[in-house]
Design a protein around this ligand. Structure first.
Ligand code: ADP
Ligand code: MG
Length: 405
């Protein structure tokens, strides 16, 4: 029995398939500014429709907090979803109750229906049993294709799976396969590059990653905390002074486990945090008191590139510098391009995730040149932390108890 069931284990023809997608795309001025999430789930919807399923799509959108908020309606995504799937998608302005039931009733094989934002009901985030049952009543099967929402035990991600035969969709499958290749059964040597700014949350993550990897690169503002914890003067750099003990404990744990830690050996500093600010590269022990570290320096980049060339697998979360502001994108760009080159050459499996990490890879022009880029931010991080993701745990529970299909 596999860990979880997939679309290879079921014939959905003529079945009402309740598909949980994550259509929570970013919007700017009433337009979708990045359609990635729609594009990545579309093949699963198309496959189901082509196989003759009656597909009923569920998703949350934004944070309406249990109330109907008109500008957070999923209706505004219907056209984009139709385009991405290549089948006309109908929309129903509720997700439960008579109107939704009637809309489901009218579906014929191969039709696709999008129901309204699940978070318009307070029961969604509360994982309310009645809401889960009402949603489950629309379907014969449940398919979860929303890895990026799997870290939340909500009615449409977890509760509903307890009432129907439940399967992982194609995107969920791809995400889980990539994560397995990253840390569970990686080709070795395996390295992790952890950067970015969310130091307090990511210290747990580093603690989980250390015993699993051969090399750990620490970059971004994260590195400042580790450097400062070892007595390096970091001037006015962003860092967490109350986390020095934790940082030292992680370094000791790494030493005991034989995990090599790579910290910056030089840094690009500036006095102002703005585009085009005067900046220079200095050795890591020469950061002036009135300066901030905003990027890794060229020697650090060369060191990371050299070590990357010896790895078979790289897991990456968090940029190496304040990449949104030039020239502090240089180290992130260079390392991203090096990872892309090694991936293309076939020597490296590169797996990346995290909201800003994906933006940084896109900025470096290599978003599509990694082996796998996760659609998830929070779920990817929680997975790296070694936490159980409720939306996945339920699929595994069901697979373990599943009867032959
Ligand atoms: P992700 O969203 O991929 O998990 P984070 O949210 O942890 O990543 O971190 C991304 C942010 O970290 C970016 O906005 C970037 O500007 C910031 N950052 C990285 N390095 C530094 C630094 N040295 N100083 C200040 N901010 C930094
Ligand atoms: Mg972020």
């Amino acid at each position: 029995m596999p860990d979880y069931l997939t679309l290879d284990h079921v014939d959905p023809r003529g079945k009402r398939v309740l598909l949980r997608a994550d259509l929570n795309v970013p919007m700017r001025d009433g337009r979708i500014s990045d359609t990635s999430r729609i594009d990545r789930v579309a093949p699963t919807i198309r496959e189901l429709a082509d196989k003759g399923a009656r597909v009923i799509v569920l998703s949350h959108f934004d944070r309406p907090k249990g109330k109907v908020v008109p500008h957070m309606s999923l209706g505004q995504l219907t056209d984009a979803l139709t385009t991405a799937v290549g089948h006309t998608v109908r929309f129903c302005a509720t997700s439960i109750g008579e109107e939704a039931e009637a809309a489901v009733e009218t579906l014929t094989d191969g039709d696709v229906l999008l129901l309204e934002n699940t978070r318009f009901h307070a029961g969604e985030e509360a994982n309310d049993e009645d809401l889960a049952r009402a949603l489950a009543a629309h379907g014969d099967l449940y398919v979860n294709d929303a890895f990026s929402a799997a870290h939340r035990a909500h009615a449409s991600t977890e509760g509903v799976a307890r009432h129907l035969p439940a399967y992982a969709g194609r995107l969920m499958e791809a995400e889980l396969d990539a994560l397995k290749a990253a840390l569970e059964q990686p080709d070795r040597p395996v390295g992790a590059l952890i950067g970015g700014a969310k130091v307090p949350t990511k210290l747990d993550l580093i603690g989980n990653v250390v015993p699993r990897v051969d090399v750990l690169f620490i970059g971004g503002a994260m590195a400042n905390t580790f450097l400062a914890a070892q007595g390096v003067a970091v001037g006015k750099s962003l860092q967490e002074a109350d986390m020095h003990d934790t940082a030292r404990a992680i370094l000791a744990q790494a030493k005991a486990r034989g995990c090599e830690i790579v910290l910056p050996v030089d840094a690009v500093i500036a006095r102002e945090f703005k585009a085009g600010a005067a900046s220079e590269a200095v050795a890591i022990d020469a950061v002036p008191d009135d300066a901030m570290i905003l990027d890794a320096g060229p020697k650090t980049v060369a060191l990371i590139e050299e070590k990357l060339a010896t790895l078979k697998t790289l897991v990456w979360n968090g940029p190496l510098g304040a990449f949104e502001i030039q020239p502090f994108d240089a180290a992130t760009n260079a390392v991203a391009q090096a990872a892309a080159r090694l991936t293309k050459a076939g020597s490296l499996k590169s797996i990346a995730g995290g909201g800003d990490t994906v933006s940084a890879l896109r900025h470096a022009g290599v978003e599509h040149q990694m082996t796998y880029v996760s659609t998830a931010g929070g779920a990817f991080l929680e997975w790296l932390e070694g936490k159980t993701l409720p939306g996945i745990a339920v699929l595994q529970d069901i697979a373990r108890n599943a009867l032959p299909l």
